[in-house]
Design a protein around this ligand. Structure first.
Ligand code: SF4
Length: 210
């Protein structure tokens, strides 16, 4: 993604008042990192520290993320890190379905602009954004094609902080990321978009013929 386009998108997010979450935020947390990253990490929503600083994963969970990235030879500057929604829900409650739906275009624009080889979802919530109803315990550590993207669901670093058993699972799953990325290609978003447009046109034609 062109950095100017990313800056413009961030400015749009910063001035967004489309859902009630804007009322309680200190600032928006659009996400940051390399706008042309091969790996895009997606968490749930900003927490207290993220809301204060305007960056994703800056608390204890962020330190776990940094450590695990370092162990595979990466830093935040090499990847892009974002959340499903861009403003902190009050008392860190789960975002509501209508808040997710309202905020969705921003994440969609980030994903289609970055065109990552791999989307790593962190935690149940981000996984279910892409694959509703999917169990994280059954799908974590599996590479899942969700056209045109490749998903790699992992536990949330905060869960690994709460349960040391999960930390090793998360660390092992992280270790596989370089190998998965090496065998992956950037998705052809335009081809998928035009295929979707053709499908839409076909459906419209079929409707007209009925
Ligand atoms: Fe806008 Fe998303 Fe923040 Fe809601 S959560 S105000 S849709 S940026």
């Amino acid at each position: 993604m062109n950095p100017d386009v990313l800056a413009e998108l961030n400015a749009r997010i910063a001035s967004c008042t489309a859902c009630a979450l804007h009322q309680g935020r200190t600032q928006t947390v659009p996400g940051d990192g390399d706008p042309n990253a091969e790996v895009l990490f997606i968490g749930e929503a900003p927490g207290f520290h993220e809301d204060q600083q305007g960056s994703p994963f800056v608390g204890q969970a962020g330190r776990v993320l940094d450590q695990l990235l370092l162990e595979i030879g990466l830093t935040r500057a090499d990847v892009f890190v974002a959340n499903v929604i861009k403003c902190r829900p009050p008392n860190n409650r789960d975002p509501l379905p209508e808040e997710i739906a309202t905020c969705e275009p921003f994440l969609t624009m980030q994903i289609s602009g970055i065109r990552p080889k791999l989307i790593v979802t962190l935690g149940r919530f981000a996984l279910q954004y892409f694959l509703p109803g999917t169990s994280i315990s059954r799908s974590r550590g599996k590479v899942i094609r969700s056209d045109p993207y490749l998903l790699y669901p992992l536990y949330h670093p905060a869960a690994a902080l709460r349960q040391s058993r999960l930390f090793q699972v998360l660390r092992d799953d992280f270790q596989r990321i370089p190998q998965i990325v090496a065998g992956a290609e950037r998705p052809d978003v335009r081809a998928t978009a035009s295929a979707a447009a053709v499908q839409k046109e076909d459906s419209a034609t079929q409707l007209q013929l009925l």
